[in-house]
Design a protein around this ligand. Structure first.
Ligand code: SF4
Length: 322
């Protein structure tokens, strides 16, 4: 039976501020899951801590609202224990690129088959708008007493450098385009990273909805000029079509160059995609052929009377220091 959008909505109270970009992202995720007709009982949404990390409460699938910065270890653990699940990790830029930065880097090396969505609003919205790792040097949002003295992380550049095999950017108020990107990210074979421009109208008065719509440019240009554009409408092809070193190198280089475009001309869409890299699940199956047939989540761990099936005494004896 086809899944309806309402099937994926919960009745949990949502306390996001009016106009928050998180609403558009939540809608896009629900629309994407409905369009793909995922089985909610075979889908898990995992988050860390922050405004955006409340999403598992609002999406009617399995979900875990975990610890600050630990979105990826939880999500990767769930996916590796049960590779038949569709796993979507979701959280803020502070959660993923601040305290969770080490996990972000190492997730790129592994290429687990899942999607990681970052709501990128450049501030820590849940704790009153402190500068997050993606806020530019010298920027002063209304929540900061003085301009930011740290340089910002470029999430797309970092993801490409870390080995993510699908790297894209969306915009929270372009919900249909975002929905299409989420579908592509879920269907990608490997680790997909989606950075989403997400205005926080409460604490970030610089990257607002009006800023991205370029309303302030009307004075000089005669009309509003959106600051975002779509890569696919401008002849850009980030997909690696052949497992060829020269093509991979060329596609990585163009994605790196594109990742530096930000501000008045900010690209949206797929910067890079390479499905020729083996997933972590495939690497595990190569080492242990039974992994795919009986992954950990499908294994019996106890007899009917509750006694454990495994005996780890030998292992513990080997680890004993005498
Ligand atoms: Fe959204 Fe910002 Fe309000 Fe958090 S503080 S709910 S990110 S508008």
């Amino acid at each position: 039976m086809a899944l309806k959008l309402t099937d994926l909505k919960t009745s949990a109270h949502n306390d996001w501020c009016p106009g928050c970009g998180d609403f558009g992202i939540l809608n896009a995720v629900q629309m994407a899951l409905a369009e793909m007709n995922v089985d909610p009982s075979r889908t898990a949404v995992v988050s860390g801590v922050g405004c955006s990390s409340k999403v598992p409460h609002f999406i009617k699938t399995y979900g875990v609202h975990t610890l600050h910065g630990r979105t990826l270890p939880f999500a990767i653990g769930i996916k590796l224990a049960n590779p038949n699940l569709e796993v979507v990790a979701e959280g803020g830029d502070g959660d993923g690129l601040g305290i969770g930065a080490g996990h972000f880097v190492n997730a790129g090396r592994r290429n687990v088959d899942m999607l990681y969505i970052v709501h990128d609003n450049e501030v820590y919205g849940l704790t009153k708008g402190q500068a997050s790792p993606t806020l530019g040097l010298g920027m002063k949002t209304k929540s900061l007493p003085t301009p930011n003295i740290n340089q910002s992380i470029n999430p797309l550049l970092l993801a490409i450098a870390c080995g993510y095999t699908w790297v894209a950017r969306g915009y929270s108020y372009d919900v249909r385009h975002l929905k299409d990107l989420i579908i592509k990210g879920v269907r990608h074979r490997g680790f997909a990273f989606l950075d989403i421009l997400q205005p926080c109208p409460t604490y970030n008065d610089i990257q607002t909805k009006e800023y991205w719509a370029g309303e302030d440019l009307a004075e000089t240009m005669g009309k509003s000029q959106p600051r975002t554009y779509k890569l696919e409408e401008n002849g850009y092809d980030g997909v690696v079509h052949n497992n060829d070193h020269a093509e991979i190198q060329q596609k990585v280089q163009q994605a790196v160059l594109k990742s530096f475009e930000f501000g008045d001309h900010t690209p949206l869409g797929v910067f890079y995609q390479n499905e020729f890299v083996p997933t972590y699940e495939e690497r595990l199956a190569g080492r242990s052929p039974s992994y795919k047939l009986t992954p950990p989540a499908d294994q019996e761990i106890a007899r009917p009377d509750g006694t454990p099936l495994s005996n780890i005494k030998k292992l513990l004896d080997e680890l004993r220091v005498v």
